[in-house]
Design a protein around this ligand. Structure first.
Ligand code: ADE
Length: 224
């Protein structure tokens, strides 16, 4: 998979994408992540990427030209499955949409900044608009990291024990069951006996019941 991320602040994504699982996935050659600074696509002498909104009002709007130049340059090099715009008014990201995107080959992710992008970019270039929740961030960069991470961990081979991604919360519409590690007793607080029993079937059953119980209690909407 290849992910091209378009942003006015590429430095804000660097450390996240070069750490932990996204870093490992890139080293294994399972994903290529390319960051593009939109200022490099501005034809303006001041490398301007934003301008005042027509009709007045507070805040700046990301100009079409640098975004369109960057997208069209990338599209001339390869086909993209989706051109995604991270924005608070997009479709809310969930495990199902992350699963779907993890099967794609090439993705563009555009990060909004300031008051957002000129609406014509959304109308003519964007194929999917994604929000990571009902709150407003200062830019789409954190959201792009969240989306990339959610997708990358699902690519086969990225997580060494593939079981582990499959047993994540939400993967089967259930929250994950509780987990424990050594010591088996701490200040008198004990790990459930079944987990120490070595009885695989009983452990599976217990985990399933716990997942179901936890989902009923915390996220009954997932069971509907
Ligand atoms: N940009 C600003 N807020 C956002 C959000 N909640 N999700 C995605 N992109 C955003």
């Amino acid at each position: 998979m290849r992910i091209d991320i378009l942003t006015v602040v590429p430095e804000s994504l660097v450390s996240f994408l070069n750490t932990s699982i996204p870093a490992r996935a890139q080293k294994k050659g399972l994903v290529e992540i390319h960051l593009h600074n939109l200022r490099d696509y501005s034809s303006n002498a001041y490398k301007q990427v934003d301008d005042y909104p027509f009709g007045g009002g507070a805040g700046m709007v990301m100009m079409m030209e640098p975004i369109v130049s960057c997208i069209e340059k990338l599209q001339a090099e390869r086909n993209y499955d989706e051109i995604i715009y991270m924005c608070p008014d997009g479709e809310t990201l969930n495990q199902k949409s992350a699963n779907g995107l993890s099967l794609k080959g090439n993705l563009v992710i555009l990060c909004g900044h300031y008051k957002g992008v000129d609406e014509r970019v959304r109308e003519h270039f964007i194929t999917k608009e994604i929000s990571i929740g009902d709150y407003v961030l200062s830019g789409g960069e954190l959201a792009a990291c969240v989306l990339s991470d959610a997708i990358i961990r699902l690519i086969p081979g990225v997580i060494s024990d593939e079981e582990s991604a499959l047993s994540d919360s939400f993967q089967d519409d259930l929250l994950a069951p509780p987990v424990y590690t050594r010591p088996s007793e701490f200040r008198g607080w004990k790990v459930p006996d079944v987990l120490l029993s070595g009885h695989a079937k009983n452990i599976d059953n217990w985990r399933y019941e716990q997942a179901l119980e936890r989902t009923k209690l915390r996220r009954p909407d997932l069971l509907e």
